[in-house]
Design a protein around this ligand. Structure first.
Ligand code: MGD
Ligand code: MGD
Ligand code: SF4
Ligand code: MO
Length: 683
């Protein structure tokens, strides 16, 4: 008898799909999207439709191992869990005693979006240890900081409302690749006559499916938003009543955006002035209009300013009042869990440090491992992340990881680039094999999954590994004995009205429960009547601080850099990857080995499609295969990310080119502000 089990896709994707796993004789034979889930609607993306291949891959890590060759070489020998835990606990204790506990650095991001395995027992462990804290900036820090400043609450239009929109702007959002469960709502809106526009330096699949695509210079989005506001204000197309009641600082805003007339904005963004005027008029008058902002455009030097400026648009036009209006960047903040109770930052005070530990920005891992002092990083514990592929400035990262005096522990499912540098490598479960609780950053459903499958070999969950390590270290605080259910109860027990009535028992029965947002299950209109989370309760235009200067690494930036490296490289998400998670799949590797460029840039370099090219700048280089076409305009090249560096003939990927420079706010990475030169490789 086949047995149907529920699960949740834990990958770092806004959709957080509800999954159905068909199990026969203890083995999964089919994985599909739950047809009853209002967002998943019975389908999966291409990458996860094939997830069982990954689940049962012969390359899964099955046993604890100790490094047996040079760092980076990837040679290991099997050891027992007993030996592994003893060695890790012993080395961490010795390093803390000799250098201070801050010499230990955890490194994790979103390998799993599960809250228990992503920020549960691990956080408790490192706080109690007094380890350096990791500032988890690598993805959404700039946009998050910008929205907090502007809106206070980082609430968002729910995906279900997109069906009611008449104009949908995908602004730095590759919906078909990274958020495909929003697409059916857009299709529905378009069936009713909605227009769908994309604003992106790369005309990807989503851009090809749009009614209109705007090629924008990388990093210049703030200028476009100012230009749109210029027209909206000058032509009196704003919502004077909404602005009066619910915003602060309109008079200054009016003065500020006067400085961004369409001709200036054309020069900054590359979008023709008449198109800017037309877009502004449409955005303000075709109602309701919604903006799907994704994280793409905040990964530039002016990323925070871009998000701030764009987030002012729905306040200016009063679009938050309308079902199908507003803006979505991330819905995360509506999940008002008791995170403090899960993570227990207070345990730091009980650590030998007796205070909050220093904060280390994960975007600057290269710096942290090669330059940090007092104390230097002597131990690195990596889980839910593959920094030797995904962090910028890889030459520095690799120098750091190769340090003989650095003790590195890696918790992984596969032999990644990072795993190759481990001293101790621990095998972990996949989301199909452990219990966890999930939010969705592109919808409003809380979900829970129990193990659908047994772990292979000796794999253990992050929660269990940190629980065992805590015991070895002698941490006897009761929270280290918490079960997964205890931790979920803590999370759900915040008392916030959005979570009222959502319990572990109910999630066991229903698997997915909608937050109590919107009246009686009606549409969620968080800012229809103001209610912003800023100190003033209003949307803050804060116009005195709005400005735009082009990124240093851009065509209008540092002139001497531009003369040597005249091409703007972006490395956005690849259709069939999840950052580096599927980097060992041959088909994914092929896609992430490409460099897209246009004929105008290819011809003077004698480059044709299929040629091997070297992309380089002062920080490094990497080898890719040219694809000459029309997906990028002159001056822009695009390399879909993120390749496992070791799959490449030169063992390098695009992050050997990217810098550790931070965004204007939030301390985020600037992956997409990256000047390079490209040359054809000799035959
Ligand atoms: N298939 C797939 N899905 C994924 C992921 C993946 O790797 N693959 N990763 C997941 C993760 S971690 C995240 S954060 C989300 C991100 O989801 P998205 O933000 O949608 O993805 P990105 O590709 O980072 O960026 C979106 C678009 O922004 C464009 N862009 C780059 N620079 C600029 C700019 O300066 N201005 C404008 N307007 N656009 C710009 C890129 O070309 C890209 O098309 O996706 C998640 N989903
Ligand atoms: N050039 C360039 N670089 C980028 C980006 C880009 O667009 N361009 N995007 C950036 C962004 S937005 C992000 S979010 C980061 C993503 O960076 P990461 O969060 O590091 O993402 P992944 O590369 O997917 O690596 C996640 C790893 O976690 C492992 N994993 C999965 N589940 C578990 C688990 O339960 N336990 C443990 N221990 N491990 C698990 C997977 O096997 C995988 O190797 O990359 C950033 N880097
Ligand atoms: S990666 Fe996203 S779209 Fe694909 S199954 Fe997971 S949650 Fe759904
Ligand atoms: Mo991300």
């Amino acid at each position: 008898m086949p047995d149907l089990r529920h699960s949740v896709c834990a990958l770092d994707c806004p959709d957080a799909c509800s999954l159905l796993v068909t199990v026969e004789n203890g083995r999964a034979v089919r994985l599909r999207g739950n047809p009853d889930h209002p967002i998943t609607r019975g389908f999966l993306c291409g990458k996860v439709a094939r997830y069982l291949e990954r689940e049962y891959s012969p390359s899964r890590l099955l046993y604890p191992q100790r490094r047996a060759g040079e760092k980076g070489a990837g040679r290991f020998v099997r050891i027992s869990w007993e030996e592994a835990l003893e060695e890790v606990a012993g080395r961490l204790a010795a390093i803390a005693a000799e250098f201070g506990s801050e010499a230990i650095l955890p490194y994790s991001y979103a390998g799993t979006m599960g809250l228990l395995n992503g920020s549960g027992m691990d956080r408790r462990f490192f706080y109690r240890l007094g380890a350096s804290r990791l500032d988890r900036t690598i993805c959404s820090a700039a946009g998050g900081a910008a929205l907090t400043e502007t809106l206070g609450f980082r609430y968002a239009t729910e995906p279900e409302q997109f069906r009611h929109s008449r104009l949908i702007l995908a602004w730095g959002a590759n919906i078909l690749a990274t958020n495909v469960h929003l697409w059916p709502f857009i299709v529905e809106a378009r069936r009713h006559g909605a227009r769908f526009y994309t604003i992106d330096p790369h005309r990807n699949r989503t851009g090809l499916a749009a009614d209109k695509h705007y090629f924008i210079h990388p990093g210049s989005d703030a200028a476009l938003a100012f230009g749109l506001m210029h027209v909206i204000v000058a032509e009196n197309l704003y919502d004077a009543d909404y602005v009066e009641r619910y915003t602060n600082g309109f008079a200054q805003l009016r003065d500020r955006v006067r400085e961004y007339p369409p001709e200036r904005v054309e020069a900054l963004t590359g979008i023709p002035r008449e198109e800017i005027v037309q877009l502004a008029r449409e955005y303000a008058t075709v109602r309701p209009a919604v903006i799907r902002l994704n994280y793409g455009l905040q990964r530039s030097e002016r990323g925070g300013m871009a998000v701030r400026a764009i987030a002012l648009l729905p306040a200016l036009t009063g679009s938050w009042k309308e079902v199908g209006g507003g803006l979505q960047l991330s819905t995360t903040q509506a999940f008002q869990f008791n995170r403090a109770g899960l993570e227990r930052a207070d345990l730091q005070l009980r650590s030998p440090l007796g205070r909050a530990a220093r904060l280390v920005n994960m975007t600057r891992l290269g710096h942290a491992l090669t330059d940090l002092d007092q104390p230097p990083v002597k131990a690195l514990v990596v889980y839910n992340s593959n920094p030797a592929a995904i962090a910028p400035n890889q030459n520095a990262v690799r120098r750091g990881l190769a340090r003989p005096d650095l003790f590195t522990v890696v918790l992984e499912q596969f032999q990644t680039d990072t795993a190759d540098y481990a001293d101790i490598l621990l095998p972990v479960t996949t989301f199909l094999e452990h219990t966890d609780l999930y939010l969705g950053y592109g919808h409003h459903y809380v979900q829970m999954a129990r193990p659908a499958l047994p772990p292979p070999g000796e794999a253990r969950s992050n929660v269990e590994i940190f629980r065992l390590l805590a015991a070895r270290m002698g941490f006897d605080d009761p929270c280290f004995a918490d079960t997964e259910d205890d931790m979920m109860r803590t999370l759900l027990g915040s008392g916030h009205p959005f979570l009222e009535g959502i319990t572990v028992e109910r999630l066991d029965r229903e698997h997915s429960v909608r937050l109590n947002v919107g009246h009686n299950g009606g549409p969620f209109l968080p800012f229809a009547q103001g209610g912003f989370g800023t100190p003033s309760g209003k949307c803050e235009f804060d116009a005195d601080t709005l400005d735009y200067t082009p990124p240093a690494e851009s065509r209008l930036g540092d002139a001497s850099l531009c003369s040597r490296y005249p091409l703007e490289l972006i490395s956005p998400k690849n259709d069939d990857s999840m950052n580096s998670t599927f980097g060992n799949r041959a088909s994914t590797d092929l896609q992430t080995s490409e460099l897209h460029l246009c004929a105008e840039d290819a011809a003077p370099r004698s480059i044709a499609s299929g040629d091997h090219v070297r992309v380089f700048n002062d920080r490094g280089s990497c080898l890719l295969v040219a694809r000459v076409g029309q997906s990028v305009p002159p001056g822009v090249v695009c390399a879909p990310a993120v390749r496992w560096a070791k799959q490449s003939p030169d063992r390098q990927n695009v992050n050997f080119l990217t810098s550790e420079r931070l965004t204007d706010v939030g301390g985020g990475p600037t992956f997409y502000s990256c000047l390079v030169q490209v040359e054809k490789c000799g035959d």
